[in-house]
Design a protein around this ligand. Structure first.
Ligand code: ADP
Ligand code: ADP
Length: 229
């Protein structure tokens, strides 16, 4: 379970980007985070990824108040979180296969042969079976996006965060990627997908979390709305 209580966030001396955000994400729930550009979606995802600390309030995650963690404790928590960044953040000197294999190699509990098998299967499923050895700079934006998604989901994380994950692909690939998220969620991964694309939000279903001016407005949706305190 993930719980935000009265969370506020400002960057530097700026105005609050998020104010007094409180919500609970039940294990295995699926949420679509919507709101216009600048509403604070990426900031909320960065708090969930422990890339930023809130300026006030508490964040409970995996049984800990993560706002109190020391920097050296962060990697262990982040390994339980899969992230699809808006700018992908792939390693340009590594092949698509190696980028996607990385989380499994770091986890270190599977033999290399099985890692390669899983990675090939997943990359084929997202239509990149013939680009396994390509390095990110030689891939199109949509192809890079699919590598980033594969890397985020390969380790079956406890929490999956995706920031505008289908912004660079055509509608049929967007549907396929959406199915990947929904299937992973059915396997128990708590999932938060941020998008300003309301058509995508509809097709994902799940519970809507809507941000406006740094405030969270709960809107009902398929899987039951998140409980907003
Ligand atoms: P969204 O993802 O909904 O577009 P963001 O979380 O990216 O919203 O941005 C919310 C607000 O926070 C915007 O006004 C943005 O300019 C500001 N902001 C985001 N990141 C930073 C940063 N690193 N430093 C200062 N201001 C930031
Ligand atoms: P410093 O602020 O001196 O650079 P920190 O360890 O406080 O060192 O922070 C390093 C980066 O990691 C910052 O971006 C910080 O916001 C983030 N960070 C550190 N600890 C946490 C935490 N427990 N939760 C979320 N983000 C964290």
């Amino acid at each position: 379970m993930i719980r935000f209580e009265n969370v506020g966030k400002r960057y530097g001396m700026g105005a609050e980007v998020l104010s007094d955000i409180s919500f609970t994400l039940e294990p295995g729930s699926l949420h679509v985070l919507t709101g216009p550009s600048g509403a604070g979606k990426s900031t909320l995802l960065r708090l969930l990824y422990l890339d930023q600390r809130p300026t006030r309030g508490s964040v409970q995650m995996f049984g800990h108040d993560v706002t109190r963690l020391a920097r050296r404790q962060l990697p262990a928590f982040r390994r339980r979180i899969g992230v699809v960044f808006q700018d992908f953040q792939l390693l340009d000197h590594m092949s698509a296969l190696d980028n996607v294999a990385l989380p499994l190699r770091i986890a270190g509990d599977l033999p290399e042969e099985r890692i390669q098998g899983f990675v090939r299967e997943l990359l084929s499923w997202v239509g990149l079976g013939d680009r396994l050895n390509a390095k990110p700079p030689t891939l199109s934006g949509g192809e890079q996006q699919r590598v980033a998604i594969a890397r985020a989901v390969i380790g079956k994380p406890d929490l999956l965060l995706a920031d505008e994950p289908t912004g660079n692909v055509d509608p049929s690939m967007a549907q396929r990627l959406t199915r990947l998220f929904v299937e992973l969620n059915r396997l128990g991964t708590t999932t938060v997908i941020a998008t300003h694309d309301l058509t995508l939000a509809e097709s994902i279903g799940g519970a809507r979390m809507q941000l406006a001016h740094g405030q969270l407005l709960a809107v009902g949706g398929g899987g039951g709305a998140p409980r907003v305190a």
